[in-house]
Design a protein around this ligand. Structure first.
Ligand SMILES: [Fe+2]
Length: 308
């Protein structure tokens, strides 16, 4: 983990070459490091924070984690029409804009080509959640989105622990370029590579295209995305991987913030509630260390392109 202490106006915007420093932070992220901030490096009004953490658990709005889609300015995850909905949407809108403005300046190489993905407010205690294996957050995994394939672009996430008294506790494992050579074959890389090479591939994907023609939301999943989705499940189900030594345990204290590529850093959330999170899809072309990217690592192992 890399602790960042120089992101305030005095330390960050003044230096002679902020672009170079920014590239350095991008490189740390792409190597599989977590960038850690002891505070909240973007504007979060106290009234917004208090409303998020202070609403009673009985409120319908807080029975689920809330997701926010910045490009549509829409909230999802409320159980039913809630009196809180408009306020929550406004708070998440402001959060999205503020954290994005910070990240765009702090990680300059990424901002021109990134895509704003979803944001979320995670109000549910992570410890002891009763979830099916694939949805469990307390097992180490790398992220892949079933409905939003990236075709090799990267999943970057900014987290803030809003809990006023308790840390958010994570485990992390060795990054993708270290574990993939050991595990990708067992996770079925050869099958995905064979499909990628196969001349039958367009036909095998016909149902997706028919679905699209009918207006159904069918993702156009590349061999890369299929592998990464399977790898997410494979890691969670792999007892030997889960129990192997060499994991790091992190306690992110109240009001701290951290940034990480969750598609390459295996992570598990052991406990914590009340966190904000924003996801960005980083274009492969903007990576500082492209040879570390999961697609590059997998293609080298498989000997074939895995993109659409
Ligand atoms: Fe995750």
């Amino acid at each position: 983990m890399v602790e960042v202490t120089d992101y305030t106006a005095a330390g960050w915007t003044v230096p002679a070459n902020p672009d170079e420093r920014s590239r350095g932070y991008c490189a740390r992220l792409e190597e599989g490091q977590i960038l850690f901030f002891a505070g909240i490096p973007y504007e979060l009004p106290a009234a917004d924070r208090d409303l998020l953490i202070g609403v009673r658990q009985t409120s319908a709005a807080y029975h689920k984690n809330i997701s926010y889609r910045p490009r549509e300015d829409r909230i999802h995850g409320l159980d039913r029409a809630s009196a809180d909905a408009d306020r929550l949407r406004a708070i998440m809108n402001a959060y999205s804009r503020n954290v994005t403005a910070f990240a765009a300046d702090f990680l300059r190489p990424y901002a021109p080509g990134w895509k704003l993905d979803f944001a979320s407010f995670r109000s549910i205690e992570e410890r002891g959640r009763d979830l099916p294996l694939k949805q469990r957050n307390d097992l180490l995994h790398t992220d892949a989105f079933p409905t939003r394939p990236t075709n090799g672009n990267r999943i970057l996430r900014v987290f803030t622990n809003l809990n006023p008294s308790e840390p958010r506790v994570w485990l992390t494992g060795e990054p993708f370029d270290v574990i993939a050579p050991r595990l990708a074959s067992d996770a079925g890389l050869a099958d995905h590579a064979a499909k990628a090479r196969s001349s039958l591939r367009p036909i095998s994907r016909l149902p997706g295209r028919v679905g699209s023609a009918l207006g159904l939301p069918v993702p156009d999943r590349s061999p890369y995305d299929s592998f990464m989705l399977g790898f997410h499940d494979y890691l969670k189900a792999n007892r030997a991987f889960q129990e192997a030594p060499g994991k790091s345990r992190w306690e992110f204290p109240p009001n701290s913030t951290w940034i990480v590529f969750t598609d390459s850093v295996p992570h598990a959330v052991l406990s914590g509630r009340l966190a904000l999170e924003h996801t960005y899809i980083i274009s492969e072309e903007d990576l500082v260390l492209p040879e570390k990217s999961p697609r590059h690592v997998l293609e080298k192992l498989a000997g074939t392109s895995l993109r659409n």
